[in-house]
Design a protein around this ligand. Structure first.
Ligand SMILES: *[C@@H]1O[C@H](CO)[C@@H](O)[C@H](O)[C@H]1NC(C)=O
Ligand SMILES: *[C@@H]1O[C@H](CO)[C@@H](O)[C@H](O)[C@H]1NC(C)=O
Ligand SMILES: *[C@@H]1O[C@H](CO)[C@@H](O)[C@H](O)[C@H]1NC(C)=O
Ligand SMILES: *[C@@H]1O[C@H](CO)[C@@H](O)[C@H](O)[C@H]1NC(C)=O
Ligand SMILES: *[C@@H]1O[C@H](CO)[C@@H](O)[C@H](O)[C@H]1NC(C)=O
Length: 398
């Protein structure tokens, strides 16, 4: 059914993107995925890849950004411009564009209003042969009006992640006073963040496990790591959160840059991307007329799950529960949510694939195939890392 949306066009015009549906799980031959987190291999059962880099079928299709919202656009029900992609059944099966409101308070003096109109596809007007320069990307925009901050948020509908390695090709641009967030979320105490503050220096990044404030509103020492000398976030970077049992690690361009054992989430969670401000101390306050953008080239995740795909909440919608008016409501899209059907022999992992350093981004590569009846997971349980190293060496030599 999803094929009707746009895939056929892609097949004709974008051979590299053939079967766009498959970009979500480009790995029929893989039983599990391995990545090195810290110094040890971590294994995951599932893989997804969403690629926003080649969405244009014409040179000027997305080169003009949609107009900035105005004070009149204060309800959050403005539609996203790019309906054919951002409201396709394929998109709606995996992502929910948010429109919730967070009212102003003393602490956070600017009302935040999410609007689907701030989520759109952008395209570089200059064509390039350099394939490290994405021709298109997904944009999440925030802008400051007199009366409120117009913001953007997308939630992934797979809300039962329990341990994951999440990767993003992304960059952040624009005026001070906004926050780009890429994070796992169950609630305010099970949340692991990458945050880029447009008011920070160009090389400063923030990596946080929530809660970062205690009950009296004071900062919890050690919850948030401010890393001041990293690659500039205004340029495309590969950002990564590793959420493994008992430890969170963050990476930029393949280098580990932070690690934390404080409040590592324990609840099945979802993935959220946003671009916002509330005028508070953390985000800063954007000047009226200002705007800032989070650009996303692709999202890749390897993960394990626990419980139903909707997550452990009571079909929890947006993060602000009742104030959310879901546009592509969960009810509508539930039948199409990419349900994770256990693979044949889900407990066995005979074909191990890697997601790092692959020839093509987002296309896992087989690194090891266990012989006949042996699954790699029991083997790992027996011998842990030693077994893995032995297998790895055997594999690389043979
Ligand atoms: C993911 O699940 C597999 C199968 O249960 C397990 O062997 C592996 O250790 C899990 N990975 C993490 C990071 O917890
Ligand atoms: C998607 O389209 C439906 C109508 O078909 C509309 O009601 C809904 O608001 C749209 N969603 C977004 C996010 O634009
Ligand atoms: C567009 O592509 C050119 C190279 O062709 C590059 O120099 C420029 O930075 C790109 N612009 C954006 C906004 O990504
Ligand atoms: C950050 O980079 C932008 C764009 O290159 C530049 O205009 C600005 O001065 C830089 N800001 C800081 C604080 O380095
Ligand atoms: C996660 O949520 C549970 C249930 O609300 C809570 O007990 C726990 O403290 C939270 N945080 C962590 C890190 O487990």
């Amino acid at each position: 059914m999803f094929l009707f949306a746009f895939a056929p066009l892609f097949h004709l015009l974008q051979p590299a993107l053939a079967a766009s549906r498959d970009l979500k799980d480009n790995s029929a031959s893989c039983d599990c995925y391995v990545t090195t987190s810290g110094s040890e291999p971590s294994y995951f059962t599932y893989h997804r890849f969403w690629d926003f880099r080649n969405l244009a079928t014409a040179p000027d299709q997305y080169t003009r950004a949609p107009r900035l919202l105005t004070d009149a656009d204060s309800s959050g029900n403005e539609l996203s411009r790019d309906q054919s992609f951002l409201n396709s059944s394929d998109w709606n099966a995996d992502w929910d564009i948010q429109d919730w409101t967070k009212e102003a308070t003393d602490e956070f003096p600017i009302r935040t209003q999410n609007s689907p109109a701030n989520v759109y596809i952008a395209q570089n007007a200059t064509e390039s042969d350099d394939n490290s320069i994405p021709p298109t990307w997904l944009t999440l925009r925030t802008s400051r009006l007199d009366d409120f901050q117009s913001a953007a948020e997308i939630e992934n509908l797979q809300k039962n992640l329990l341990h994951a390695s999440l990767r993003f090709l992304a960059r952040v641009r624009g005026d001070p006073g906004a926050v780009a967030g890429l994070f796992t979320f169950f609630d305010e105490t099970n949340e692991s963040d990458i945050e880029i503050l447009t008011g920070d220096a160009n090389r400063t990044w923030r990596f946080t496990n929530q809660p970062s404030l205690d009950k009296t509103g004071d900062e919890v020492a050690g919850a948030s790591i401010e890393a001041p000398r990293l690659p500039e976030w205004r340029d495309w970077r590969e950002m990564r959160i590793d959420w493994v049992p008992g430890v969170s690690r963050w990476y930029v361009d393949g280098e580990q840059v932070a690690e934390n054992t404080y409040s590592v989430p324990r609840k099945p969670s979802g993935l959220i991307l946003n671009m916002w401000s509330d005028g508070g101390e953390w985000s800063g306050e954007m000047d009226v007329g200002g705007s800032a953008e989070l650009h996303v080239g692709w999202v890749q995740m390897v993960f394990n799950t626990s419980g139903p795909v909707e997550g452990p909440g009571e079909g929890r919608g947006g993060r602000y529960g009742s104030s959310k008016r879901s546009l592509s409501s969960v009810e509508e899209s539930t039948p199409e949510i990419h349900q994770l059907v256990p693979r044949k022999g889900a407990k066995a992992c005979k074909v191990v694939c890697a997601v790092d350093g692959t020839e093509q981004e987002g296309v896992p590569e087989v690194v090891f195939t266990a012989s006949a009846a042996r699954s790699i997971w029991p083997a790992l349980r027996l011998g842990g890392i030693i077994t893995w190293l032995a297998l790895w060496i055997a594999y690389t030599i043979l």
